[in-house]
Write a protein that binds this ligand. Structure first.
Ligand code: ADP
Ligand code: MG
Length: 331
């Protein structure tokens, strides 16, 4: 449904030129029409970001637009899909042209950067919420699924963990820290980089992946549930950034005292967790090297059930998620 003001709004801000050959009809009719390449599978995902729940209300419109696309791209990456199209359902409290200008500019740039064309959506009035459906293409047989982990597989994660959760913690607590720590953590929180190119190439070697949106422990847990396996991971192998290490280095005696709960259970990392047999792991490692992407082996899949986290003395580390302050994840 749209009245005149909403039609004008859609026309002004959300009607990109048709630049993908497989879009027969884009924004403007009752439905978009697509001509997907014969023989490819479609990968579809949808996520809603609600102001004050999935992002702090002060977040800039440009960052909200970027992140609403990035979370969908991260899901496409986790399957190994190639990004293709987007729809956008936007619920706005009012028509604020400055806000819409920055939001739509960032939305258009981000979608173009990742070859995603906006092909439709819906516009409604209400508390600010952004729903993005991202659609992609996959070669049959080359998808990375949560249920494909096997006992003996090695477990890898891309990038570093915990920076976004630390960024949110710093924002909410207004703590003053070194600028370089704040810059990195806020950029991981507001501008997560979906691992699209790596994932598409990785799907040739690896059949099991998930994107880490709810924290490694929960998301690796989804792989283990779907695959009916167990896993052992090691705290001292978890990749953390130099900035996070700096934040958690005790100034009195220089000892590293990382908050492992934040690294394991903090949300919004949008890195990938992947499992694959040892024989295939060299190919994955060299692929990551060739793309200058950090890829870290953090543990191994087993044949029982549950996730076992071991500390540096190889003693069980019990993850207590209670009392944790963070915004809800973005799914
Ligand atoms: P309908 O009533 O048929 O659902 P709408 O009036 O809601 O149609 O929308 C008109 C056209 O504009 C449709 O093509 C729809 O996909 C598109 N559209 C509406 N809102 C958005 C938006 N926020 N971004 C992109 N396209 C939109
Ligand atoms: Mg509609």
């Amino acid at each position: 449904m749209a009245d005149k003001a909403e039609f004008d709004l859609i026309k002004e801000y959300f009607t990109p030129e048709n630049w993908r050959k497989d879009v027969v009809l884009g924004v403007g009719d009752d439905c978009a029409l697509l001509a997907p390449p014969t023989g490819q599978q479609l990968a579809l995902t949808v996520d809603t970001l609600v102001a004050g729940i999935h992002f702090p209300v002060e977040t800039s419109p440009a960052d909200i637009a970027y992140k609403s696309i990035a979370v969908g791209l991260s899901d496409l990456a986790a399957m190994g899909a190639e990004p293709a199209w987007l729809t956008l359902a936007l619920t706005l409290p009012d028509i604020n042209s400055d806000w819409l200008q920055s939001f739509s500019k960032s939305f258009a740039k981000t979608s173009k950067d990742y070859d995603l064309q906006l092909i439709g959506g819906d516009t409604t009035q209400g508390p600010l919420a952004i729903t993005v459906q991202a659609m992609g293409l996959l070669e049959p047989g080359l998808s990375m699924q949560r249920g494909n982990a096997k006992p003996g597989d090695l477990i890898y994660v891309t990038g570093s963990l915990g920076d976004a959760a630390l960024g949110l913690k710093l924002l909410l607590s207004n703590t003053s820290v070194d600028q370089e720590i704040l810059d990195l953590c806020l950029s991981k929180l507001n501008r997560p980089v979906p691992r699209i190119n790596f994932a598409r190439a990785a799907a040739k070697h690896c059949s099991c992946a998930i994107d880490i949106s709810d924290g490694l422990a929960a998301d690796l847990g989804h792989i283990l549930d779907a695959s009916q396996c167990s896993a052992e991971i090691y705290l001292d192998k978890l990749p953390v950034s130099r900035q996070l290490e700096k934040y958690y280095t005790n100034p009195d005696h220089g000892k590293l005292e990382v908050d492992w709960k934040l690294v394991l259970a903090g949300g919004d990392d949008y890195e990938l967790c992947m499992t694959l047999p040892e024989e295939q792991s060299a190919a994955l490692v060299s692929l990551a090297e060739s793309m200058a992407l950090s890829l870290t082996r953090i543990g191994r899949v087993g044949s029982t059930n549950g996730l076992q986290i071991l500390d540096e003395n190889r003693q069980p580390f019990i993850l207590d998620k209670s009392g944790y302050e963070h915004f809800d994840n973005n799914g």
